[in-house]
Design a protein around this ligand. Structure first.
Ligand SMILES: O=C(O)CCC(=O)C(=O)O
Length: 295
């Protein structure tokens, strides 16, 4: 679905744009099914290894991982597209409805940025003591603030895609509209200290599955604290013009649309081998230290 000129203007004006009903439930269901299969497989293995006492098999998608993670948090780790390498995930990344909307802003040459995240957001008090860090919220930041400075002039757009309802109770996305006009703020090192925040109030953006929130890598945003037993499942994918720097010194992006050279669009097998080549599965995602002076 192409965006109207008014929607494109609003995106540039506010630094974000929420489009309800951009995706259909049938666009999301294969991804949900893919995650359900992965979680089920992991749960059975962890149960067999003695880390879980229950499988919670009858629980719905928006509750099961929360209940499992309360007992053994690692079950919720490393579900990013490039870890899972699922066909449904790839199809979502290349979904024509999503790319048509992005095409209205970026033009017909589109690169999927290597930083793509899957977030089953779970209430912290459900997490067991072995958790590595707070996971029930995302502190306020700009995506540019956690990439290399060469990305600053790029128009890098996140497509934030909820798989379950996201609202103020279970930690929806919130943005400071217009904050993209104030350049890259100092991060400390992954969040913006209060004194560095541009003027304006955080605007919570409750959304249902099917909605997509697009925002630039300069808009200040966060994930609100999660206070519900409903898991907030979301995927954030990033896109840009392939001619511009990605700010990621380690991994390449993938061409997902090219009107000038359609042959260069990545197929699913090529995407899988690209990630198998560049990601050693047992290694953590390498940090991109932009603020070395920060504590
Ligand atoms: O989903 C969230 O809680 C935060 C998302 C975010 O920080 C991002 O997409 O860059």
């Amino acid at each position: 679905m192409s965006l109207s000129a008014a929607q494109v203007d609003r995106f540039h004006d506010e630094g974000y744009l929420q489009i309800d009903g951009l995706l259909r439930q049938e666009d999301l269901n294969p991804v949900i099914y893919e995650f359900e299969m992965i979680i089920d497989r992991r749960a059975r293995q962890m149960y067999a290894d003695g880390h879980l006492t229950q499988l919670h098999e009858r629980e719905p998608f928006e509750r099961r991982i929360g209940l499992l993670a309360a007992e053994h948090h690692p079950i919720a780790r490393d579900l990013g597209p490039n870890r899972v390498l699922g066909c449904a995930m790839f199809n979502l990344m290349c979904n024509p409805r999503l790319l048509d909307a992005l095409d209205s802003i970026l033009g017909p040459e589109i690169l999927a940025h290597p930083t793509q995240v899957v977030r089953p957001r779970i209430r912290d008090r459900d997490l067991s003591a072995d958790r590595r860090r707070t996971t029930d919220r995302t502190p306020i930041h700009q995506d540019a603030g956690v990439l290399r400075p060469d990305v600053d002039e790029t128009l890098l757009i996140t497509a934030w895609i909820p798989l379950t309802r996201a609202d103020e109770e279970n930690g929806c996305l919130a943005v400071i509209p217009g904050s993209h006009r104030y350049g890259v703020r100092r991060h400390d090192p992954h969040s913006i200290p209060d004194e560095e925040l541009p003027p304006g109030d955080l605007r919570p953006l409750p959304v249902d599955p099917g909605s997509v929130i697009f925002f630039t890598h300069l808009v200040c945003h966060c994930g609100l604290p999660h206070q519900s037993d409903r898991v907030r499942w979301s995927i954030d994918l990033r896109y840009q013009d392939p001619a511009q720097p990605t700010g990621n010194p380690v991994f390449e992006g993938s061409i997902v649309r090219s009107r000038s050279n359609p042959q260069s669009e990545l197929t699913y097998p090529q995407w899988v081998s690209q990630w198998k080549r560049q990601l050693v599965h047992d290694n953590p995602w390498p940090p991109i230290p932009r603020w070395p002076e920060a504590k």
